[in-house]
Design a protein. Structure first.
Length: 124
């Protein structure tokens, strides 16, 4: 198990334990849900890392030396693309729109979908 996987599993455990303690002491629903989502997010990433363990060779793998890990292709990263910046702007507008005005949220969601589609299309 890589260091990354252990880190995410320990963070998941911390989040879920804190959520349980918070619920037991305060009986407050909103904080408990948010702390549970904190642990749930780490659980999602941990499950993903465990599921791809046999299919990929990750940096930090104790079973392989750095010389064996060198030169592997990790992924496609386009440095000149405007889509990641536009995706961040649309995400911020979506979150602000949920709070301030539903029309901004709708327009931002449309922009988010188009931007995400363009980013995926460019990466393939």
């Amino acid at each position: 198990m890589t260091v990354t996987t252990r880190l995410f599993i320990s963070s998941m455990s911390f989040g879920l334990v804190v959520a349980a303690i918070y619920w037991a002491t305060t009986k407050e629903l909103v904080g408990t849900v948010l702390l549970g989502l904190f642990g749930g997010g780490f659980a999602f990433v941990s499950a993903y890392l465990i599921s791809i363990r046999g299919k990929t060779r990750l940096d930090g793998d104790e079973e392989r030396t750095p010389a064996e890990l060198a030169g592997e292709r990790i992924g496609v990263f386009s440095l000149e693309s405007p889509w990641p910046v536009l995706l961040a702007i649309c995400t911020a507008a979506l979150l602000i729109g949920v709070v301030l005005h539903p029309m901004l949220a709708v327009l931002a969601a449309i922009g988010f979908a188009v931007t995400l589609w363009q980013l995926v299309r460019e990466s393939v």
